[in-house]
Ligand binder design. Sequence first.
Ligand SMILES: [Zn+2]
Length: 365
Amino acid sequence: MSQVNRKSCRIAVVAYLLSLAAVAASAWSTHAAGQAPAATKVTVFQGTPLIVGDGRPPIDNATFIVDGTRFGRVGRTGPTAQPTASRGAVTGAGLRQILSGHYVYIHTDDAPGVSSTFNSGIIVTNEGVVVVDALSSEAIARKVREAIVGVTPQPVRFLISSTFHDRFTGGNAVYRDIFRIGHEDYRTDLMRLLQNEAPEQRNAKLPHQTFRDRVTFHLGGKEIRVLHLGRAHTRGDSVVFVPEDRIAYLSEMLNFEEFPYTADAYPSDWIRTLQAAEALEADIFVPGHGFLPENPRDTRQALGRHRQILADVRAAVEKEVARGATEAQAVRNIDLPQYRRFKGYTQAMPMAVRRTYQELTGGLQ
Ligand SMILES: [Zn+2]
């Protein structure tokens, strides 16, 4: 950890460092909460693979600091030889301020799966806090709520959930005391996911209110629009848009430097829905997966890139369908080397080919 002089970091209210990265034997340091108040929230990630997102090659074993609204210093902590396509997970968690009143809680782990970075959005107003997505477990959701207490005395008033996937709803019951909102198809799909749970537990997780197209809050003089712009990552995705601050939380509709996960997706609709998101008068698009780039405004470009991945998969599958390929042949034939560096490519790319093939041949419900 030679590149970072930890003593020089202003550690403020929030600095969570959890567990160990699979690739890192080095010890993590834990900074106690509640030290001298400062405007900047600093989180240190150590011994983690990192894609900085500015065009430089991935750093396999990085140490970096998320300092307020920016990445602070970044450097290698030691030499590793991980192949690009199998970068290990980043572990750790922390709260990063994006703008005044806007935060992202970043949870990272090495659980099996395509993604290892999970983001929850936090909007603070002087009439309460809105949380976007509860993340995967009650333990993590409690950490998020503790982190919120660290940055504002305002109570959490609303939980807005975008996708029903358990990595984003497993913590819902920690918001059992909070009014919960989601799209009507989100509720239907979550209900199905929870069918074997006791009614009381199920009710603690399901939304109180559903909507079809939009629902708008006015909190602390701020307009907060919850929008369903069309099917995308699932059929019930929501976008949380705050026009005054030109920021939109896209949940799993947007990954940053991670390949789209399409198990329950509608690939062609997703392309159109992302176009609708791009038409929002916003500068910052908070992804559900992946670290925000150093300059959060670079996410507008990332949104276009994410749409392009889906469009390139579709174009490749269209060609295969046109020449009579079976689904299995399409999976075998298609490679998109320009996206190999995206996390999850090995698993998520063939999945996207299958899902798109099924869609183009009339196989999706
Ligand atoms: Zn998902």
